[in-house]
Design a protein around this ligand. Sequence first.
Ligand SMILES: Cc1cc2nc3c(=O)[nH]c(=O)nc-3n(C[C@H](O)[C@H](O)[C@H](O)COP(=O)(O)OP(=O)(O)OC[C@H]3O[C@@H](n4cnc5c(N)ncnc54)[C@H](O)[C@@H]3O)c2cc1C
Length: 383
Amino acid sequence: MTIERSPEHEELAATVRRFAAEEVAPVIAGYYEREEFPYPLIEKMGAMGLFGLPIPEADGGMGGDYVALCIALEELARVDSSVAITLEAAVGLGAMPLYRFGTDEQRARWLPDLCAGRALAAFGLTEPGGGSDAGATRTTAVRDGSTWVVNGSKAFITNSGTDITAFVTVTAVTGRRADGRPEISTVIVPSGTPGFTVAPGYSKVGWTASDTHELSFDDCRVPAENLLGAEGRGYAQFLSTLDEGRVAIAALSVGLAQGCIDECVRYLGEREAFGHKLGAFQALAFKVADMEARTHVARLACYDAAHRLASGRPFKREAAIAKLVSSDAAMVNAREATQIFGGYGFMNETPVGRFYRDAKVLEIGEGTSEVQRMLIARQLGVG
Ligand SMILES: Cc1cc2nc3c(=O)[nH]c(=O)nc-3n(C[C@H](O)[C@H](O)[C@H](O)COP(=O)(O)OP(=O)(O)OC[C@H]3O[C@@H](n4cnc5c(N)ncnc54)[C@H](O)[C@@H]3O)c2cc1C
């Protein structure tokens, strides 16, 4: 399998790589240390059109495809994962559900600002009681005249509490099916709606310059037209949103894995021990060789899934495989890179120190590695 990039994709990669090196790299350690959302960087990414990459121009986007989004995520995550996850969640979890399932009015109202990065949207699926079993949603939305009344809470929701967060799409039980199982729908809850409370940001191990909150809804009323798509379609909507999101998280993982290689190759050529450059020691050279091999395999899996998605072919199995192998590659590369950097690798000031802290969540968010294995096994008719 060979995965070619179009000239437009190459140009995008070069543009985002330059932005990450010139604009993100010099300042991100400060944001990370202060656990501060990097508004000026997000504004610049918005001006570059990154938030509208896979959305048609008619809806306010750039008219690119999902491969383009993955390329941008990979290039950003080579330098920093907080800005990369902000983009991933804003597009994959925020704008894409609205684009795919929203009404014409909903798209016209929200998408231009989301695509321009002037506003962010979040996706509230996970609850404090559990995320892997997302069908066990406890949050409810009850129809009362011309409104939906939402009650419940959501945990770990990315981009849900920034100054520019426009709304959160929330999965909620809206009834019972004939077989007794809950009927789940998705409701758009604009920021500032009475009864919608955003808790203070979590103190996180990694992605510390990204925005993550617990949310609660207490008799929170939104207009009936804030239902996303048809009533009862919430389960199918979030499964499809997560399938796409997994490809994007794979791209973020490939970027982090590649960032580890970039840093290590430079360091092995600079740092000396026992009168030799570190790169002269085969034990360390083999580590970067393995990192390169791991990243190559992860990149193939990621872009295979992305190309399938972009061309309308089935990609569920490939998305799960891509997320599983890419997050593993990121995790192992981050561990090895930290080892190569020695004590400096344990310092937050070095990119590899941040890579180490950022890698773990890639095996958790948008479906844990166990969930990916469940999906792959099911495709084989097992489990
Ligand atoms: C920084 C961050 C940002 C996030 N952003 C969002 C967001 O924007 N929107 C959103 O909705 N969610 C978000 N999440 C939530 C994330 O998707 C969940 O944390 C994840 O799906 C796991 O759910 P959980 O934490 O409840 O773990 P649990 O579901 O409680 O799982 C705990 C452990 O049990 C394992 N497990 C569970 N069931 C099985 C099984 N059947 N077989 C084997 N093992 C199993 C899991 O793999 C895991 O290891 C975010 C999480 C983090 C950390």
